[in-house]
Design a protein around this ligand. Structure first.
Ligand code: GLY
Length: 355
């Protein structure tokens, strides 16, 4: 087992990573001080893993809420249902909640934990690669409303993250690739050696070798922990974690969230951002080729679908990262070095969208 720490003064917490770590009951006892706890999960994870995790947690009085699966559940109605469940089951200020699932379960549970009784403790036990390397770490919680994704939410850090590679074996191939888009993002924004390591170990990653996956998750979480420790509430540097996301969100939204997974859209978005940096003379053509090749080697799309360019620009302008009408973009100077820019020629952005 590897252990990392997210350093945030009194909100600091560990991330435990490894094979079968989520079955170690001592890890929970270390971070939970009450007898009564709640676990929130979804139907698919409950079918596969609820009985074994309930067994691990048998020292607690466990109340379980199983939600239907999917991004469409990430709404205020589910939040209402969850807080009523907690209240009906006598979950109090000293209790903890465990988020057991992917990003949707983690985001809902974190938001519920941050608001129920003005905030109770929660732990993340992420079961998808995307959640293990990204959404379970760093305290972003929230749900969607009709006008946009994650528009209601909070920054609320968990008490611990327990990232167990055992759950990766039941991931659908496109869900694995989705997580790998975020993994590659970390190499692109912060660590060229990690990018090279990913390029060298693609086959072992796709085969989900536990040691390889443990190292991969550890490196991503280290990078994320460093960035979050520096800028918890995304006043500055944390924005680089959104590399490729502004383009990607436009693709997701213009295809009604039904054609691409989030990671697939981000993959195309990262190539668009690389093209833009190349046009601006920042990024070399070789770097752009290496980026495209690595994404394709883990079965991610890299070509923008045919979408109306004005709609695309309008959609980018609705992103949460827009400041005073200016789209802030994350651009690469080279693999491993990202900058935040609102100082780029608009024609180059338009050329990139039209490409
Ligand atoms: N997923 C980006 C962030 O946590 O800031």
């Amino acid at each position: 087992m590897r252990t990392l720490k997210v350093n945030l003064e009194d909100r600091s917490y560990p991330i435990y990573i490894g094979s079968d770590v989520s079955l170690d009951n001592e890890l929970y006892s270390k971070h939970i001080s009450s007898k009564k706890i709640a676990l929130i999960t979804n139907e698919q994870i409950a079918d596969l893993y609820l009985s074994e995790i309930s067994q691990t947690l048998n020292a607690f009085d466990l109340k379980t809420l199983v939600l239907p699966e999917g991004e469409t559940e990430k709404n205020l109605e589910t939040v209402g249902k969850a807080v009523e469940f907690l209240s009906d089951n006598g979950i109090d200020r000293d209790s903890s909640i465990i988020a057991f699932g992917g990003g949707v379960v983690g985001d809902i549970t974190g938001f519920v934990a941050s608001s129920y009784m003005r905030g109770i403790k929660f732990l993340q036990v992420p079961t998808t690669l995307l959640a293990q390397v990204d959404s379970s770490v760093g305290g972003k919680t929230g749900v969607n409303i009709n006008t946009g994704k994650n528009l209601i939410g909070s920054f609320y850090q968990p008490s611990a993250v327990i990232a167990d590679t055992r759950y990766l074996n039941s991931l659908e191939p496109n869900r694995l690739s989705e997580g790998l888009a975020e993994v590659i993002k970390y190499g692109l924004i912060r660590d060229e050696d990690f990018f090279k390591w990913l390029s060298k170990n693609t086959n072992r990653i796709l085969a989900l070798e536990p040691e390889i996956m443990t190292h991969l998750i550890e490196r991503c979480c280290q990078i994320k922990a460093e960035i979050v420790s520096e800028d918890e509430r995304e006043g500055s540097i944390r924005a680089i974690l959104n590399y490729g996301h502004t383009f990607g969100h436009a693709i997701e939204s213009l295809t009604d969230y039904s054609v691409y997974t989030h990671g697939e859209a981000v993959s195309i978005g990262m190539v668009m951002a690389a093209s833009m940096a190349e046009r601006m003379g920042m990024l070399s053509q070789d770097d752009k080729t290496d980026i495209t090749r690595l994404l394709e080697s883990v079965n991610l799309p890299t070509k923008k679908p045919d979408l109306n360019s004005n709609d695309f620009l309008e959609s980018m302008k609705r992103d949460k990262k827009v400041q005073d009408g200016e789209i802030r973009l994350i651009l690469l100077e080279s693999i491993g070095r990202a900058i935040i820019s609102n100082n780029y020629p608009n024609e180059i952005l338009m050329e990139t969208i039209l490409e």
